[in-house]
Ligand binder design. Sequence first.
Ligand SMILES: [Zn+2]
Ligand SMILES: [Zn+2]
Length: 399
Amino acid sequence: MPATAERYEVELPCPRCRRTTVHLVTTADDALSRVMCIACGHAATVRTLQFMEQYVGGVVRRLLAKPSEITTEFARSPRDFVTSLPGRVLTKPFRVAAELRTTVDIIRPRRRPADRRVAPAPPAMPGELPAVARACRVLLSAPLLWAHPSEEILEIARALGYDGVELWAYQLVAEDADPSRLAARARSLGLELTLHALSWDLNPTSRIEPIREASMDALRRSVDLARRLGASVLVMHPGHTTVPHDAGEAYWPGLVTAVAELADAAGPELTVGVEHMEPRQAEYVVSPEHANRLVREVGRPNVGTVLDVAHIPWGQDEVVFLGHLDRMVHVHLSDADESRLHLPLGQGRRDLVRVLRALQEFRGAVAIEGFSISAGEELARWNKAQFEELWRAASLVEA
Ligand SMILES: [Zn+2]
Ligand SMILES: [Zn+2]
């Protein structure tokens, strides 16, 4: 029976990052744990007991809390964590036990259970795990840090080891941000930028002319922002139908014209990526066939599709879906289940290891999406750590 994996965070110097970063410690079994830098993915196995003795005293910041709704598990976690440790830890010299006590706030460690399971087979020697290569860049989607100003978001993204940030035009407009200043800041931090165009309230294929025109103005403004940011990709939503039950067909010519105009305004340096939407009433760009048709009919080299993993209809095979996309230029990644979209990675029921396996050769950017209304980098940190874990697992799957 495999031991329950427990996770917690420790600040440690990372040999690859050459600075102190947050490391995710996963106790795989009684003897060995994996320690992974969430900034760069550098990982090593360590002997759990020795590691505990060395680090549990002061630097364990806290057990990794699951963001959002799954906090009950966190509340339960300290006790589980301690009782899942090898029995001998609790009988070790006082130092370890005392440190554990202060760290996880237990009053009395449980007695070693009588039915100790059989010791696992001898593990491999501790040591550095092979580095995991990736062709894509991992971006933090700004709404993961919604309460923070854009410049601060760049700094947090850098500290957490993201390769870039997907800024949201809505935020930039709301805070009256200076795009050239942000561009310079991103450059100095070595971050790639992409921009999510204004999308809420908009419909560039509306049958109501003032709404269509205002939507196009907002999208033109987004293109302009993206250019001034030096963004590599501008992400936009397609239009939807005005009359809820209309068939989409009549709206296609307007959509094709709109995207073509924006692509021409974007210029060759800026790719315009159009998202496929979740299949709900009024949306008419929801399948790979729709996405491919749009790219084909617009016929511009700088136009492609944004895969949004959350928008793949529940029950459809994600890998088949993305395999059908003719020109995938960008990815939005989040977890989902039957009823909820844009969940933190690992908290939904998507098979994300399989999705990332299919993205092993992808050379674009993958923006991790989600929404955190309250201040704090918890969700952004969680998602980066989960991404590194999932990517490592995906790289180990046989092709
Ligand atoms: Zn590192
Ligand atoms: Zn979007």
